[in-house]
Write a protein that binds this ligand. Structure first.
Ligand code: IVH
Length: 604
């Protein structure tokens, strides 16, 4: 975890490692933290300081006899980049501390950009023809790592200090006392902290800030709760990753208001036509959002979203943000409802709804948008994992009629590919090599890559294990399919009817001819049983794992991954920006792990 050293900066070894913080998301988690603290300290009630958690880049600053002498990024926690010259350009950072500071002092804090500074930095980038920063954090990180301090000086970077690294001598015995001293030393700090006696007062403060965070001129992604007496902090100590005396309380991603510029129908690989909202870019949960899903015709009609409307967008636990509400009271006069296209916007073909289904589909299997979608899906990392075969390359392959379907990919030669835009001999050879290598990816990936409606990675893996070969899946009857773990009649029917189509039979023949492996590989079988019978649900972005990798790791050890939390769930693994599954886990008392806990569990 953490960042690698950056070229152009000298490495800076931290005397004491810069730790990270464990995250909590619910009041229950915070109470559990308090219980642990009180158990270790054998105390009935503990004093906590609650601070804002400003989203930026952690730095360590060294002062000798009050003078700023060196500063570094966190890096991997042990060694960071020496960015002394860049830090010295930040106006908030005093060259000399006031009063009578300790002889040697290491202070820790965060470099960040406030809203105004973020806008300024991005308009400068736009003027220079450079792409905008997605969020203030990236902008701060990008600015601090510029090699020319004169350029850094032009970025409106801010700094606030939040913790004591070390002090010789150390005149403070409470963290709150140290925060007060920052003020008298003229050091930058955030004045919004408060001292809370006991966890109930902490929870009240958290609830208050969750509602007030928008009042601040900078982004916070939560609060930090710290044990106040420094001696107690020392008793509590730290794990290799984070202190036991502090914890982050992260806010849910929330909503943002913006303008709906347009609604465009987008045709996916299964022909489903999804209305997509084109938005005036808005910052939400740390990233800039320019598009959001409007799901389907029914939802769109229920929302009555119209181009020009002010809307609220929301990031659930899922990756794609959605339009959560339309602010009809702000609607301009003369706006017109958006009507769903009668014909496919890509091929002009007929559209229709299957009985009882909300999705409108393009009914033409040769619709170019569907063909392109299928090829892109085939190449995805979770499917056949063909590097370099993204949307732009797919588009060119189709335009030049080099391929019509996925089986044609296996006939491409480096010469064919070398003619594509931005493809030299080397990258052409790489792409063809990647396609070759994809022949042996295994049955689970192959079944997922086929793009059978409703069959995701989990179902594909279950099918693969049960039947052992593509041919056996294709020949299976509805009853046999319904016996696959977690398959209901709908999934069974989806598989059966997909393989029954003449196009599917033709495709299978062509794939076999192309030399695609259609059998279960030995490594696809479970290789251990430490998680036998355990059910996992994942939510949020897990550091170090894609969702597919995390689920595959669970399956390898005999466990099961599921999409929804119930009383039968053994573990919910929560990453950054978790969704409602985490709440559900808390209400059902299901164990919650973070990425590190999950890694430990896998390691046994
Ligand atoms: S204390 C040993 N206090 O959040 C404890 N960190 O997600 C060190 N952060 O690495 C952290 N505001 O970069 C602390 N008031 C605050 C903070 C804060 C932002 C950052 C910090 C840390 C990260 C953990």
């Amino acid at each position: 975890m953490g960042e690698r050293p950056t070229q152009g900066f000298r490495p800076f070894r931290h005397g004491l490692p810069l730790l990270s913080l464990d995250n909590t998301y619910t009041p229950e988690d915070l109470r559990a933290f308090d219980e642990r603290v009180r158990r270790i300290l054998r105390r009935g009630e503990v004093d906590y300081v609650v601070e804002l958690k400003i989203d930026g880049l952690a730095v360590a600053l060294h002062f000798e006899d009050g003078r700023f002498v060196a500063g570094a990024t966190r890096g991997d926690g042990e060694t960071g980049d020496d960015i002394t010259a860049n830090l010295a350009t930040i106006a908030d950072l005093p060259g000399r501390l006031k009063g009578d500071p300790p002889r040697r002092l290491e202070l820790r804090g965060e470099v960040y950009l406030d809203h105004d500074g973020f806008r300024r930095a991005n308009s400068e980038r736009a003027a220079a023809g450079e792409p905008p920063f997605a969020n203030p954090r990236n902008a701060a990180a990008g600015s601090l790592k510029l090699l020319d301090p004169a350029l850094v000086a032009r970025r409106p970077l801010r700094l606030f200090l939040y913790s004591l690294g070390s002090a010789e001598p150390r005149p403070w015995s409470l963290h709150s006392e140290f925060l007060g001293a920052l003020k008298s030393m003229g050091a930058p700090h955030d004045g919004h902290w408060s001292l809370c006696r006991g966890i109930d007062a902490v929870l009240e403060r958290c609830a208050e800030w969750e509602g007030r965070r928008r009042e601040l001129p900078f982004d916070i992604d939560g609060l930090v709760v710290k044990v106040d007496p420094l001696e107690d902090q020392a008793v509590l100590g730290a794990t290799s990753k984070s202190p036991r005396w502090a914890i982050a309380y992260k806010f849910r991603a929330g909503r943002a208001e913006t303008t709906l510029l347009d609604i465009v129908p987008s045709v996916g690989r299964t022909g489903v036509i999804t209305p997509v909202a084109v938005l005036e870019p808005v910052l939400l949960g740390g990233s800039t959002i320019g598009r959001a899903s409007l799901y389907n015709a029914d939802q769109l009609a229920a929302l009555d979203a119209r181009p020009g409307d002010r809307v609220l967008v929301e990031k659930g636990g899922e990756v794609i943000p959605k339009v959560a509400a339309v602010l009809t009271e702000k609607r301009a006069p003369g706006s017109r409802p958006w009507t769903f296209p009668e014909r496919c916007p890509e091929c002009g073909g007929e559209t229709g709804r299957a009985a009882g289904m909300v999705a409108v589909r393009c009914l033409n299997p040769l619709c170019p948008a569907q063909v392109a979608g299928r090829l892109e899906h085939w190449a995805r990392r979770e499917a056949m994992d063909i590097e370099g075969l993204g949307p732009a390359v797919v588009e060119q392959l189709l335009e030049r009629r080099l391929v019509r379907d996925v089986a044609d990919l296996y006939r491409l030669t480096p010469l064919d590919v070398a003619g594509l835009e931005r493809h030299g001999e080397k990258s052409a050879a790489n792409l063809v090599e990647g396609i070759e290598a994809s022949r042996g990816r295994g049955l689970s990936r192959l079944l997922f890559a086929l793009g059978i409606p409703g069959i995701g990675e989990r179902s594909a893996a279950a099918l693969a294990l049960r039947f052992g070969s593509l041919e056996a899946v294709a020949a299976a009857g509805g009853d046999e399919l319904a016996k696959v773990p977690d398959f209901g009649p709908v999934a069974a029917e989806a598989v059966r009817s997909w393989f029954r189509r003449p196009q599917a039979k033709a495709l299978m023949r062509r794939l076999l001819k192309a030399g695609i492996n259609t059998r279960l590989l030995p490594e696809e079988r479970p290789q251990g049983s430490s998680l036998e019978g355990k059910t996992f649900v994942f939510t949020g972005e897990l550091e170090g794992f894609s969702r597919a990798e995390a689920e595959a790791a669970v399956r390898k050890l005999g466990g099961k991954a599921s999409g929804s939390v119930s009383a039968k769930t053994d573990y919910v693994v929560a990453g950054a920006d978790p969704g409602s599954k985490l709440k559900k886990a808390a209400s059902l008392g299901v164990r919650v792990l973070d990425a590190e806990g999950f890694r430990r569990l896998l390691a046994g």
